[in-house]
Design a protein around this ligand. Structure first.
Ligand SMILES: [Zn+2]
Length: 121
């Protein structure tokens, strides 16, 4: 089992990562719901009347790329938030499949890990 000092260490790492992810999401995405849960890619300045079809295609492509990144960041943010919740619940550091403690090295590399190496996806 992890002692409270270790858990605090991983908690700080998770909080830092959460903050970083939120900054990245603010940078690239737009909050489109009042509670800030749902994020989407920003369309950029889409010049609809433009005759330059290439430019329009670029803009659309840029938006799609943003959406892909936003969805990746969202997934990561969710994993970090779930890990923080497990710290509150006292189940942090345990594999969700077999319930065994997760290697500290693994948590060091990814504090949001919720499975042991054996049960990694
Ligand atoms: Zn396991």
């Amino acid at each position: 089992m992890l002692d409270s000092t270790k858990i605090e260490h991983f908690k700080q790492k998770l909080l830092q990562e959460k903050e970083r992810l939120e900054l990245e999401l603010t940078d690239i995405g737009a909050i489109n719901s009042a509670d800030g849960v749902d994020w989407s890619g920003t369309p950029g300045e889409l010049e609809v009347s433009s005759e330059d079809r290439n430019e329009l295609a670029d803009k659309i492509e840029e938006q799609q790329t943003n959406e892909a990144i936003v969805s990746e960041l969202e997934t990561r943010k969710l994993a970090v938030e779930e890990a923080l919740k497990r710290i509150e619940d006292g189940t942090y550091g345990l594999c969700k499949v077999c319930g065994k403690p997760i290697d500290e090295e693994r948590l060091e590399a990814n504090p949001a890990a919720d499975t042991c190496i054996e049960h990694a996806e």
